[in-house]
Ligand binder design. Structure first.
Ligand code: ACM
Length: 645
């Protein structure tokens, strides 16, 4: 009987494994997907039929490389009807209205693959989904032997929920080379993002050649190399070499724009004014309210702002001066050249975190306020934003800005990027303006993604499951005004590509699903399972990612039953993990106590160490946290003397 039970269990286990192996793991989750049974196997001579090749020119070349490189198979592309074609790419003669501009249908049968779409972008996304059906090695940059190149037979219909699906890359704090930006685009499009927002200017660098203003890049693109915790560095001395940074020439920009366009990605350029403008002011001091009284230097990560509960002040004037008429022809020149380089209809004009303390002291600003009847510094900024909007619109472009541009009155046609939570987005939509959602609370991917004791330090945390839980359309606004959203990758603490990838993936996959997939198709457990399959894909592609979702979550709490002490809850983001812990300084494993309920801290314990396991194997990283740190996190000192009753 016992043998029979074991046999039954092993049959069930293998059935379960089979079911898991054949489940689809597409990210972002398509609108509809059905397994139809059986497999399609790539033949060694692949024929791709595309009758209308012109709109697909780059996509076809890419497909050829992508299929032939890892497999070693030959790929022939033909515009002739080919009954034996392996893959048929069909642009619909009559539009299928459900698919829109970016949707597709994908049919995989044992004999062939057919992708249909109204437009080339849909074919591109259909091909992206096909790659995700093939073995993970399809992403390998080198040939791979002994792989059965097969895909499960499926019928998929898919289209995006939002048309604006972006990621902001901050190339100002740490510069990304042209090649790195192209690599970034390659990563984005695997998850069907279609917009790259380049944050091109900030206190730490001006990253785009403006031919009529050469100092922006001869001076503004360079600072002093510093490594460590950005924001804490010593101010550079006058004689330190300013050789760290870089910028894109206008030819570079044209190349990046074309590279993006070939992959159905638009580029939104941002010039962040009037705050965050130290690189511009260091290049042209006459743009500030404080010319002659300051020694402006492009920032190298030293402290230049004082952040406090009630707001912030600038320690060095990093603003353009709205009362200084010279800034408007300056901005006219910048936007003229920008508008000629970037085909996207919007230009992002920044507007965030503009310190007003130098404006408050400026006689010119006081005079402007009198002349224009402006009552507050927010109205001064609004005066500036409205003039900026006129300049940008005179170049045939539309304005988008961070949600501070709402303060003091929004420029008439501006779209708003809501970052300080969702309130700015709601307010803008209620005024009838278009909104792109990018709230810190859900999509700021520069934040830590796990416990501060183990993640590279940043001042806030945003876990994968929180990113995934995001619903972009707030109740109470017209959903049509929420045109989409985007993640942000601020780069103060991101010094290199590998760490950029660590911060972006897998949280970028969650953002992709937030903005592509139908709301009712989102499911955390399914997503977490699919993410694991994508880790294998990223390994094959040699892309870095974070496995923080497997780590324990440590939640200290004030102990209500004991004076000045804490208890600790442990949990995990991913279901089905076991947590083991120690208080005796040693490294826990699965022979240590297993967490089942709230922990009290032993009186003399100095450290809590935790690790997660799945099915008897370690899966998360060990996290070691001093008890004093846990106490600090909840405002308990652990050393107070109990007051007399
Ligand atoms: C921002 O994060 N300062 C837009």
């Amino acid at each position: 009987m016992r043998k029979l039970t074991l046999l039954l269990l092993s049959v069930l286990a293998s059935l379960f494994a089979f079911a898991q192996d054949t489940s689809l793991t597409i990210i972002p989750q398509p609108v509809s997907e059905q397994l139809t049974g059986g497999h399609f196997v790539l033949p060694a001579s692949i024929v791709v039929e595309a009758r209308d090749q012109k709109p697909l020119a780059h996509t076809l070349q890419d497909l050829k490389t992508h299929l032939s490189l890892p497999t070693g198979y030959s790929v022939t592309i033909t515009s002739q009807p080919s009954p034996a074609a392996t893959i048929r790419l069909v642009l619909n003669k009559t539009a299928d209205n459900t698919l829109g501009a970016e949707g597709y249908t994908l049919s995989v049968t044992p004999k062939s693959v057919v992708i249909r779409a109204n437009q080339a972008a849909g074919i591109f996304y259909g091909i992206g989904t096909l790659y995700q059906l093939l073995p993970k090695e399809i992403g390998s940059p080198v040939p791979v032997k002994k792989v059965s190149w097969q895909a499960p037979c499926v019928t998929i219909t898919d289209y995006p929920r939002f048309s604006w699906r972006g990621i902001m890359l901050d190339v100002a704090r740490h510069f990304s080379t042209k090649q790195e930006v192209k690599g970034f685009i390659d990563e984005m499009v695997q998850y069907k993002f279609n917009l790259l927002h380049l944050h091109l200017t900030d206190d730490e660098g001006w990253r785009i050649e403006i031919k009529s203003l050469p100092k922006l890049t001869t001076i503004g693109a360079w600072n002093v190399r510093r490594t460590g915790t950005f924001g804490t560095f010593d101010a550079p001395a006058a004689n330190e070499p300013k050789d760290y940074g870089g910028y894109y020439t206008q030819d570079d920009i044209r190349e990046i724009v074309q590279y993006a366009k070939d992959r159905f990605v638009d580029i939104l350029p941002e010039v962040d004014v009037p705050g965050h403008s130290l690189a511009a002011v260091a290049s042209y001091p006459q743009l500030s309210c404080t010319e002659g009284s300051e020694n402006y230097r492009v920032r190298s990560g030293e402290k230049i702002m004082d952040w406090h509960k009630g707001g912030f002040t600038a320690l060095i004037d990093n603003t353009l001066c709205p009362a200084n008429e010279r800034i408007y022809p300056f901005l006219d020149s910048v936007f003229t050249e920008l508008a000629a380089l970037f085909p996207f209809p919007y230009i992002h004009v920044g507007g965030d975190e503009c310190a007003k303390n130098f404006w408050e002291k400026s006689d010119a600003v006081k005079q402007l306020m009198q002349q224009q009847g402006l009552k507050t510094m927010e109205e001064v900024q609004s005066y500036f934003e409205k003039r900026v909007e006129k300049i940008v619109e005179s170049k045939g472009k539309k304005v988008i800005g961070w949600d501070e541009i709402l303060e003091g009155g929004l420029a008439p046609n501006a779209a708003v990027m809501s970052w300080r939570g969702v309130a700015g987005g709601i307010a803008a939509a209620k005024l009838g303006h278009q909104v792109v959602m990018s709230p810190t609370t859900f999509v700021y991917l520069d934040y830590m993604q796990g416990d501060a004791a183990i993640e590279p330090p940043v001042y806030a945390t945003l876990r994968l499951s929180t990113v995934y839980s995001y619903e972009p359309v707030p109740d109470s606004v017209d959903p049509k005004l929420i045109i989409g959203g985007q993640a942000t990758l601020w780069s103060e603490q991101i010094y290199n590509v590998r760490h950029r990838q660590y911060m972006l993936w897998p949280r970028g996959m969650a953002v992709a699903e937030d903005f592509w997939s139908p709301k009712d198709k989102k499911d955390w457990n399914s997503f977490a399972h699919r993410v694991e399959a994508h880790f294998g894909r990223m390994d094959a592609e040699q892309i870095n990612y974070a496995r923080s979702m497997f780590d324990a979550i440590i939640t200290p709490k004030k102990d209500v039953s004991a004076f000045d002490s804490i208890t600790v809850d442990l949990s995990t983001e991913v279901a089905g993990l076991d947590i083991y812990y120690s208080f005796d300084n040693s490294h826990p494993d699965n022979f240590y106590p297993k967490y089942t309920s709230t922990l009290s801290i032993p009186k003399e314990a100095a450290w809590l160490k935790v690790i997660t396991y799945r099915n008897g194997r370690p899966i998360g990283r060990e996290i070691d946290v001093p008890i004093a740190e846990l106490q600090r996190r909840v405002g308990v000192t652990g050393i107070s003397i109990k007051p007399a009753d």
